[in-house]
Write a protein that binds this ligand. Structure first.
Ligand code: DQA
Length: 144
């Protein structure tokens, strides 16, 4: 199965962000780690990152016929982008929401996710390992 891993706004700056929340991996190393998880699970992953909301939306549009499932970490867009929510609905693919940090125990505004109910699961606060959980959950979903 083919899984699209979509990183949103500011995720390209991971190595410059608060290590207490986001750990010390750069996005490049995070993606290599995720690639290793995918290989272990027998999944094919394709990565995408942008800081432009419209590009993120268009990437979701393009997944039709290109991916079987989605792992998405839209960064701060998670909390307010109805456009990304609508695009995820259009994509009609099983999706898992991932956050490196524990968004449930930070500022109040991070507790809101406008995509949560479109996702089969939300994983937060597990750092890079959260992506392994997300991929495993998608594999289970796609193999039923
Ligand atoms: C994040 C959490 C968001 O609240 C934040 O805006 C991010 C990253 C995470 O992975 O923990 O940019 O999605």
């Amino acid at each position: 199965d083919r899984i699209a891993v979509l990183h949103g706004v500011n995720l390209d700056q991971l190595s410059r962000r608060d290590a207490g929340h986001y750990g010390t991996l750069s996005l490049d190393r995070l993606e290599r780690t995720i690639g290793g998880f995918a290989a272990d699970l027998g999944l094919r992953v394709q990565f995408f990152q942008t800081n432009f909301e419209g590009e993120y939306v268009e990437q979701l549009h393009k997944l039709d016929g290109m991916a079987d499932g989605i792992v998405l970490n839209p960064g701060a867009w998670t909390h307010y982008s109805w456009a990304i929510r609508d695009a995820l609905e259009i994509a009609r693919l099983p999706a898992v929401e991932v956050h490196l940090s524990n968004v449930h125990e930070r500022e109040e505004w991070r507790r809101v996710s406008v995509i949560r109910d479109l996702c089969i699961e939300t994983v937060a606060g597990k750092g890079p390992d959260g992506y392994r959980d997300a991929l495993a959950r998608l594999r289970e979903e796609l193999n039923r």
